[in-house]
Design a protein around this ligand. Structure first.
Ligand code: CTP
Length: 399
């Protein structure tokens, strides 16, 4: 099913529903808006009708609607999101009241339900509201915690509607999660590392981190717990993913090792710097003290160490090559005991590094290989996660 229902209630943050609709539409999901009567005091239904391309529903048994619309529609949607959700709608749903379209619809849907509360802090923290939330959580309803910040009442506190990105990301996870990823920790590394020469200068590379961020996002959507260990990049991390920010290859090594025991999969998409300065000064090097040469040394090879310490984890490596790509990648796979290697040909200008697109070969230890022809990094990450899921189901690997 490619349709979701978005319930909107009477909160000042109702305008954020517009972004929620857009973000779902970007994922090729149609959005059916259901408004409470009081929400129409803030925004007319026509606004949501125009934005979603489907008539926004307000009342039960509206003349224009199909008969028993709430039942028909309930069987058509794969998710019900209520954002923003007031204390009132939460209380109604918790007690099973069905006196308008949205509350009736809630009782009719069999799909997952996601609620994003938005209200004054005192109302949100009131034991009655908290009890209502708990009751709904016990029934399987998922909540997106409100954020702290300035509220409509002028006070600062908790109760602000979570960001549209966070709401949509969690919504997509509820639709797209797959049993094979449940309770699995996937560690993804991304971006470059920086190796310091002195406090202001460093050695780094052109990695943008896009591939790793897409992989982290995709793994989260499929239901995994995700830790994204990221070098310095300009990207916004995907919502729902735990982010560990690191600078140097040694920082990255320590961060990966911290999670390695609990991890089911490690995807090393980071472009870890292969060299660092043998001596990094604590003081900034002055022009007059310019050294005539600097010495480099190899950084620790994180993947190789993971290969040595491996106890059942699936290890996925990347290889950035400029010639004889597949043969070299196979050598790396063997040396680092990988279960899958993703090979980028970085001699091609229009893919890889800073590009939004990529074309990669996937190679497995048993000799199997697959080309993912040039497409977006988003699509490439989907294909890689599909292969990882299949590897878990078949438990093929290099253990
Ligand atoms: N990698 C790592 N630690 C390093 C260097 C690389 O864990 N110090 C990982 C990368 O994240 C990637 C894989 O090893 O998944 C291959 O990296 P790449 O730089 O292509 O290969 P190298 O083994 O470093 O060899 P070379 O640069 O000589 O091709």
């Amino acid at each position: 099913m490619n349709k979701i229902a978005l319930g909107v209630t009477s909160s000042i943050s109702i305008y954020k529903a517009a972004d929620i609709i857009r973000l779902f539409q970007k994922e090729d999901l149609a959005v059916q808006v259901i408004m409470t009567e009081r929400a129409t005091n803030f925004i007319q239904p026509e606004f949501f009708t125009a934005l979603s391309g489907q008539p926004a529903v307000v009342r039960l048994f509206d003349q224009k609607q199909r008969p028993i619309e709430h039942i028909t529609l309930a069987s058509e949607v794969s998710l019900l999101v209520i954002a923003p959700a007031t204390a009132n709608i939460i209380a109604k749903l918790a007690s099973g009241l069905a006196d308008d379209f949205l509350s009736t619809f809630y009782l009719a849907v069999k799909s997952p339900v996601l609620i994003a509360p938005a209200m004054n802090e005192a109302m949100f923290l009131h034991p009655q509201t908290q009890a209502n939330i708990k009751k709904l959580k016990d029934l399987g309803v998922v909540f997106v915690e409100p954020e702290s910040g300035y509220l409509a009442c002028g006070q600062k506190g908790s109760g602000r509607l979570a960001s549209p990105e966070k709401i949509v990301q969690l919504g997509l996870r509820l639709i797209r999660q797959q049993p094979v990823f449940k309770d699995k920790l996937i560690v993804v590394t991304a971006g470059p590392t920086r190796e310091a020469l002195d406090p202001v200068r460093f050695l780094s590379n052109r990695s943008s981190g896009k591939m790793g961020y897409e992989l982290a996002r995709e793994a989260y959507e499929r239901g995994a717990e995700v830790v994204l260990i990221s070098g310095p990049v300009e990207l916004r991390p995907p919502a729902g993913v735990k982010v560990e920010r690191v600078i140097s290859s040694e920082d990255m090594r320590q961060a990966v090792l911290k999670y390695y025991d609990q991890a089911s999969v490690v995807i090393m998409s980071a472009a870890v710097s292969d060299f660092r300065f043998s001596q990094a000064g604590r003081e900034k090097i002055k022009k007059e003290n310019l050294p005539s040469a600097v010495r480099l040394e190899k950084t620790p090879d994180i993947l190789e160490e993971l290969g040595r310490l491996k106890r059942g984890q699936l290890l996925v490596g990347f290889a950035a090559e400029t010639s004889e790509a597949k043969a070299r990648a196979r050598e790396k796979m063997e040396k680092k005991k990988l279960d899958l290697i993703v090979v980028n040909d970085v001699s091609q200008q229009d893919i890889g590094f800073e590009s939004d697109d990529n074309e990669v070969w996937l190679l497995w230890p048993d000799g199997r290989e697959r080309l993912i022809s040039k497409t977006t990094k988003r699509k490439v990450s989907q294909e890689i996660l599909t292969e990882i899921g299949a590897m878990f189901n078949g438990r093929k690997g290099n253990n």
